[in-house]
Structures are given as structure tokens and as C-alpha cells.
Design a protein around this ligand. Sequence first.
Ligand code: ADP
Length: 165
Amino acid sequence: MDKIAVVPGSFDPITNGHLDIIKRAADIFDVVYVAVMNNSSKRPLFDVNERMALIAKVTENMPNVKVDSSSGLLINYAKSKNANAVVRGLRAVSDFEYEMQITAMNRFLDEHIETFFIMTQNKYSFLSSSIVKEVSQYGGNIHGLVPDIVEEALKEKFKEKSNQK
Ligand code: ADP
């Protein structure tokens, strides 16, 4: 039986921290679905299609990684893909409480789907999509924290936004 995992998230946009987790999951599982979850209360900078396109581009050399989106419950999405695992990244203790709550709820919803955590590399432990957006918006250098095409996409997005003002 194939070992199928889902790596869910907002990915607004994907960072090198996310990419590292995806790569490591792809080394362990037969198939990895990176699912852009579209039900968060946050107002995203990139729409779902833009986020998926960026992820597809930066994972194109990983043949067992598939990019998808979902707007429902993660557990239902995982079941629809016959996934037996959810993979999440852990940065700091601050992530722990939130992740524990979600994991417990997901286990309540379906005890057959296991959640796995991969600890981030130290160099990415401070990295989040929000901090990257914040710094990029004010012209700060985010080189090395996100893939090059994401760096470009952020510059374009903030240029578009400032032209709209
Ligand atoms: P969410 O809104 O669901 O937290 P994110 O896109 O922020 O979605 O994150 C998706 C997943 O990637 C989460 O498991 C998160 O902990 C993990 N993640 C985010 N940033 C990093 C990072 N720098 N290193 C490792 N994992 C990360």
C-alpha cells in the first residue's frame, strides 16, 4: 500500500521553510499532496491559483509531489486522497500548543489518519509567510528565505498594489 501524505497550509506564499518540510516529506512518503487550504479567516495576499502555481513551480523536480487545494475540512480532504498521514512543520514552542489542538481534533474526527511533525532547520525557525510579506512590502531583502520566483512574485504583487493606490 502506498504511503500517502498531505502537507496542508496557507502557503501565502511558500517559503524555504515550507519547501524544506515538503522535500523531507517527499523523501519518506510515496506520494505527497501539498494542499493549499482555502478556508482560513486570514485575507490572503496571493489567490489560491497563484499560490498553487508558485508551489508547482518550485516542486517541479519532485515527481511524487502533487499540488492541490481544498476549502473544506482537512480530514475530509485527506480521506478523499486515501492519505494515511498529515505532515506539519514545527518551528518553535509557540507552534506547539496550536498544533496539538488541531492534531487532537483531527484524531477525534478520524483516528486512522496520523499527524507527523517535522522540526524545521534552525535557519528557518524564525521564518513565516507573514514576516516575509511584511519585510518585502517595505523593500527589505528576503533573498534566501523564499525561492527566487517567490521573491519576484512578491515584488510584483507589492508594485501592483502600490499602483492601485
Ligand atoms: P497555516 O496557516 O496552516 O499555519 P502555513 O502556510 O503558515 O499554514 O504553514 C503550513 C505548514 O508549514 C505548517 O505546518 C507550519 O508549521 C509549517 N511551516 C511554516 N513555516 C515554516 C518554517 N519556517 N519551517 C518549517 N515549517 C514551517
